[in-house]
Design a protein around this ligand. Structure first.
Ligand code: NAD
Ligand code: MN
Length: 357
């Protein structure tokens, strides 16, 4: 029997609510499959830990996580801790420390969920957004001079390297190649940003020549928002920078019904280190503790985790169970239902038990 060591970091806000739901679904899958075991360790890192210890995780946190096969992450963010501290104190050090340079964000409209786009239903919107996850606009470089003075200057430096752009481009072309339509859209802002973004375009063309069976096109990020909204069927696999893909994937989540259904995988494609799986959404203070957080994004990312671990059948079984449950209308209020997190979770666990693939 395969055993996988999973580090669960529920962290803040609704993070603990959705991670608890995800772990229940994973336990049901373990029982249903009978072929693998998840050895889960929970870590209490996050904003409460920060308030007690002055840091979001222990100094040796990254070292500790190295011993795991995957990281199952909730969300960070608390009303009384600055966002740049929670993000740079926990989530980004994991992404960057483990060089999880490919951030993979599938978007589909699940059965029973109504897109805000008129006339767009399941099958009309089936995208995977690949987000460059190690450099670009979130490289952390920059600074502030003359703090507080009228002449204060702040810089936020976007860094693009040939190595970084080439590897994410190859990842995206390979992913596009593995999907039925074999079609990739490369997003930049190379009209206004004339250095790193022009390099993206050039590297895209170079890498494209390695994948003659993949069709590809280019979009500027502003026009891309229009295409996603007005012509969702024209897109399939999408690759964009750290910032651009961050924004586009929130839009994608909303177009697929809610941020509450949008998953993400932070992958180290070379498998040197553990990869991290999380819902796209944040800690959602407005609904924390109400028992109505949508667990679907977390189920979906749990399926991404199982697939990454090599448990493809369990991943398919989990997504089929989720689609059965949304199709039956058992949904949280953000997607128009009246069920609680626990009711949706129980229904998914039951669908896993009843499934016979
Ligand atoms: P958010 O994603 O937490 O919430 C945005 C809106 O979507 C809210 O109205 C929320 O109720 C709703 N929503 C989000 N997830 C939901 C779910 N599972 N079910 C139902 N509704 C859901 O974004 P925000 O409000 O901009 O940020 C709140 C905090 O989260 C901030 O501190 C921010 O920095 C942090 N944040 C963290 C991450 C992360 O950990 N990866 C991502 C985004 C935001
Ligand atoms: Mn985001």
């Amino acid at each position: 029997m395969n055993t996988y060591k999973i580090a669960a970091i529920p962290a803040d806000g609704i993070g603990p609510e959705v991670i608890a739901a995800g772990l229940q679904a994973l336990e049901s899958l373990e029982r249903r499959e009978g072929t693998f075991r998840l050895d889960v360790t929970q870590f209490d890192w996050g904003s409460a830990y920060y308030k007690a210890n002055g840091r979001m995780m222990p100094d040796e946190g990254i070292e500790t996580l190295k011993a795991y096969d995957a990281i199952f992450f909730g969300a960070v963010g608390a009303p009384d801790v600055p966002d740049h501290i929670t993000l740079w104190g926990l989530r980004l050090p994991i992404c960057q420390g483990f060089d999880q340079y490919a951030n993979v964000r599938p978007t589909r409209i699940l059965p029973g969920i109504v897109s805000p786009l008129a006339g767009v239903g399941p099958g009309d919107l089936d995208w995977v957004i690949v987000r460059e996850n190690s450099e670009g606009e979130y490289s952390g470089h920059g600074g502030r001079a003359h703090k507080g003075l009228p002449e204060e200057v702040g810089t936020e430096v976007a860094i693009f390297t040939r190595v970084g752009v080439t590897r994410i481009m190859r990842y995206a072309f390979r992913l596009a190649q593995s999907r039925p339509r074999k079609f990739l859209t490369v997003v930049t802002k190379s009209n206004a940003q004339r250095h790193g973004m022009v390099m993206w375009d050039e590297i895209a063309a170079e890498v494209a020549s390695e994948f003659p069976d993949v069709t590809w096109d280019k979009m500027l990020v502003d026009a891309m928002t229009v295409r996603m909204t007005l012509n969702p069927r024209s897109l399939d696999t999408i690759v964009a920078t750290n910032l651009h893909a961050d924004i586009l994937s929130d839009l994608a989540g909303a177009l697929a019904g809610s941020l509450g259904v949008a998953p993400t995988a932070n992958i180290d494609p070379e498998r040197r280190y553990p990869s991290m799986f999380e819902p796209i959404h944040g800690s959602a203070f407005d609904i924390t503790g109400k028992g109505i957080a949508n667990p679907v994004a977390t189920f979906w990312t749990a399926a991404q985790m199982l697939e990454h671990l090599g448990e493809g059948r369990a991943a398919i079984r989990l997504m089929q169970a989720v689609e059965t449950v949304t199709g039956d209308g058992v949904m949280t209020p953000d997607i128009g239902g009246s069920a609680t997190t626990q009711e949706v979770t129980d229904a998914v666990c039951e669908a896993i038990r009843a499934s016979n693939i």
